[in-house]
Design a binder for this molecule. Structure first.
Ligand code: 5RP
Length: 240
C-alpha cells in the first residue's frame, strides 16, 4: 500500500496559483495580487516570461511588496493611471463565502487590491480550502478596515458600535514591534472581530464607508469572477 500524499498548505496555494496563471495570455494587462498565495502566481508569471512562453505582459502590482517581487523577476510594471482597464487580476483572499464574496486585507493591502481588482475584467481568486467560510467574518479572524491615523480610536469605536449586534470588537493592528501597522498608503488598519454574521453585506460595507475616518474595508463583494480552491483529497487504499 503506498502512503497517501500529504501536501502542505503552501503546496496547495501553489497549485491554485499555477492553475490561475493558465488564464494569462500574452499581451495582457495583469493585476498582481499580494500575499503568500499570490506570490506563487507572480513567480510563475516571471518564469513563463523568462522562458518566452508569455510576452508583452504589463503588471499592475497591488502592494509595494509585490512591486519589489515583480521587478526582481523582470515583469514590466505600470499603474492604474496609465492602464485603467485591466484584463485579469490574480489574488488570494482570507475568506470566501458561498456567493464568492471575499474578505481581504489581513496582509494589509486591501485598498490597492480593491482599486486594482475593481478595475479588471476578470478577477481570479486563489485559495486553499481553509479559506472557505459560511459567512464573511465566520472564521473568527479579522475583518480588516483601513482608516486614517488621525483620531483612529474615534473611528474604531464608531466601527465597533456600528456592528454591535454582531458582537464586534475593533482592535488596531500592530506590527511585529508593537507599533501601529502602517499600510503602503500611510494609513492604519482596524481589525473587526465578529461573533455573529453581518446580515446584508452590501449594507454593512456601505455603512463602514460612511464613517468619515474609514478609507476602505476588506469586504470584496461581487468582485471575484472565478475562485480556484485547492483541496487536499486523501486517498487511502486498504489492501487485503
Ligand atoms: C493581502 C490579502 C491577501 O490576499 C490575503 O491576506 C491572503 O493571503 P495569503 O495568500 O497569504 O493567505 O488580502 O492584503
Amino acid at each position: 500500500m503506498s502512503p497517501p500524499v500529504i501536501l502542505t498548505q503552501d503546496e496547495l496555494k501553489k497549485i491554485a496559483a499555477y492553475k490561475a496563471v493558465e488564464f494569462v495570455e500574452s499581451g495582457m494587462v495583469l493585476g498582481l495580487g499580494t500575499g503568500s498565495t499570490a506570490k506563487h502566481a507572480v513567480d510563475r508569471i516571471g518564469d513563463l516570461l523568462r522562458q518566452g512562453k508569455l510576452t508583452n505582459i504589463v503588471g499592475i502590482p497591488t502592494s509595494k511588496k509585490t512591486e519589489e517581487q515583480a521587478l526582481s523577476l523582470g515583469i514590466p510594471l505600470s499603474d492604474l493611471d496609465s492602464h485603467p482597464a485591466i484584463d485579469l487580476a490574480i489574488d488570494g483572499a482570507d475568506e470566501v463565502d458561498p456567493h464568492l464574496n471575499l474578505v481581504k486585507g489581513r496582509g494589509g493591502s486591501l485598498l490597492r487590491e480593491k482599486m486594482v481588482e475593481g478595475a479588471c475584467k476578470k478577477f481570479v481568486c486563489i485559495v486553499d480550502e481553509s479559506k472557505l467560510v459560511k459567512h464573511l467574518g465566520g472564521s473568527g479572524l479579522a475583518l480588516p478596515v483601513e482608516v486614517v491615523p488621525f483620531c483612529w480610536k474615534f473611528t474604531a469605536i464608531k466601527l465597533q458600535n456600528l456592528f454591535e449586534r454582531s458582537g464586534c470588537v475593533a482592535k488596531l493592528r500592530n506590527d511585529c514591534e508593537g507599533k501601529p501597522f502602517v499600510t503602503d498608503n500611510g494609513n492604519y488598519v482596524v481589525d473587526l472581530y465578529l461573533k455573529k454574521d453581518l446580515g446584508d453585506l452590501q449594507i454593512a460595507s456601505d455603512a463602514t464607508l460612511r464613517i468619515a475616518g474609514v478609507v476602505e474595508n476588506g469586504m470584496f463583494l461581487d468582485m471575484a469572477t472565478t475562485v480556484i480552491v485547492a483541496v487536499l483529497v486523501l486517498d487511502y487504499f486498504f489492501g487485503i
